[in-house]
Write a new protein. Structure first.
Lengths: 224, 232
């Protein structure tokens, strides 16, 4: 209490307010800056690990022997750049995976990772992030329900394009109790993802490169 | 002194509970209390921030002048929440995946600013820490209670996915009450939150009134005899 600035008469001066507020703002920003510097590398590492975990979930390990996090190609998808991760075995692309974002319930974004093999068959789908109603729409998470696994093994022609919908809309995919909009959005997003693969197949499989089978027309997904 | 801290705890948990008495922080409450587990996660994160913000503000309360105290509090709280967000993301990443959604929401939790203004800016550091802890625990309790009621009525489970938040050791908390339950959507949507909050509030008021009546029914001599030793 002997410090001069603690005396009440100084604390009421305008200058003191300015210095106090400015000082606190400076201090807190400095603290956040330092914390950001300290945590940035760790957070980036954690996010990379998350990405690896995601990719491993949608592409089985026996499909690749490369570091698929680093083998990427960026493709334009509806005006947005989309990063595609390529799983190669012995240099040949066996499967690709990428994240499709689509509007869910209430038009909030949901992000879905999908893995597709070179024939256009789905190897796996996972919802990465969403803002669906907890306890209702969040059954699309694997941790809460195994609904999301119904897409594995499907392709653009299995079921027929018209049947790529939830049962309520005349399709083949189950919706779950209390929520139709969320599964509908996921089904639509997965279908969009497969159409993206069909549209860019040669590029994604790295087969447009000189010396490869570039002249051959890209087969559309699924020859089963 | 210990009696004083006991009063602070009774305030936080019951008498002056953030939700059931102050009616604060209802926005994050409605958003997260669809399950008891979510309530617990949000409650614990809020308790941590309340505790640290009370300590920080109480320790520099002599420096903060009356006129600019609110912006200073806001700056300090926002900085603390941002620091917590980054630290948990970097070093407790598993926890962040579960709590990550809730942490930024704490900034808009007016009870943190409320405690800074009402308690921490006027009291000693230790008392403020106890107050932050008590208020946080009271909030956690309210969140678990409301989350539990909504979860039971809405999806007939209790503490679903608790092992995601607390680790596999707590899987025993996860209970399914009715296996083939169809779900009661209203309870999971915000109106259900308001309904449950309303009934719980009414219950608390009724309990308090019953206690008052019982206390008034007792003879005053007994009350005086109980008070006099502590007064001397």
């Amino acid at each position: 209490m002997n410090l001069w600035f603690l005396k009440p008469e100084y604390r009421q001066r305008l200058g003191y307010h300015v210095v106090l507020l400015g000082g606190v703002a400076l201090l807190t920003s400095a603290a956040i800056g330092v914390a950001n510097h300290l945590t940035r590398a760790d957070i980036a590492q954690r996010q990379l690990e998350d990405l690896q975990v995601t990719l491993q979930q949608v592409v089985p390990a026996n499909y690749y022997d490369n570091d698929l996090v680093r083998d990427t190609v960026t493709v334009d998808h509806g005006g947005q750049p989309l990063v595609v991760y390529r799983a190669r075995r012995a240099g040949q692309v066996q499967a690709v995976c990428y994240q499709i974002s689509a509007p869910g319930y209430g038009n909030t974004a949901m992000v879905i990772a999908i893995g597709v093999d070179r024939n256009g068959t789905l190897l796996g789908t996972r919802v990465i992030s969403h803002n669906e109603t907890p306890g209702l729409g969040d059954k699309i998470e694997l941790g809460k329900s195994d609904w999301i696994l119904i897409f594995t093994g499907r392709s653009l022609n299995d079921p027929q394009p018209a049947k790529w919908a939830v049962k309520k809309d005349g399709g083949v995919f189950d919706q779950f109790t209390g929520a139709t909009i969320t599964p509908r959005a996921v089904v639509k997003a997965v279908k969009t993802g497969l159409e993206f693969f069909a549209a860019h197949r040669a590029l994604l499989l790295d087969e447009a490169a000189p010396g490869s089978i570039a002249g051959q027309p890209a087969a559309s997904g699924g020859h089963n | 002194m210990s009696g004083n801290y006991r009063g602070v705890f009774v305030d936080g948990l019951w008498r002056n509970n953030v939700v059931f008495a102050q009616m604060l922080a209802l926005c994050p409450l409605m958003a997260v209390t669809t399950t008891a587990t979510n309530g617990l996660g949000m409650g614990l994160a809020t308790t941590g921030v309340l505790l640290t913000s009370n300590v920080v503000i109480a320790s520099c309360r002599d420096l903060i002048s009356q006129e600019v105290r609110i912006p200073v509090f806001v700056l300090l709280i926002a900085a603390l929440v941002s620091l917590a967000d980054m630290a948990i993301n970097a070093w407790l990443h598993e926890l962040y995946k579960v709590l990550g959604l809730f942490i930024p929401l704490i900034v808009v939790n007016c009870s943190v600013l409320g405690r800074a203004e009402v308690f921490a800016s006027k009291r000693a550091v230790l008392a403020s820490a106890v107050d932050g802890l008590a208020m946080g625990l009271g909030y956690t309790l309210a969140l678990i209670l409301i989350g539990g009621c909504r979860e039971i009525l809405g999806s007939a489970t209790l503490f679903a996915h608790a092992s995601l938040l607390l680790g596999d050791g707590f899987a025993f908390l996860e209970t399914t009450l009715i296996p083939q339950y169809k779900g009661f959507l209203l309870m999971l949507l915000p109106p259900g939150g308001f309904l449950v909050l309303g009934f719980l509030l009414a219950g608390k008021r009724a309990t308090e009134r019953r206690w008052e009546r019982r206390a008034a029914g007792r003879s005053k001599a007994v009350t005086r005899a109980q008070q006099s030793p502590s007064a001397v």
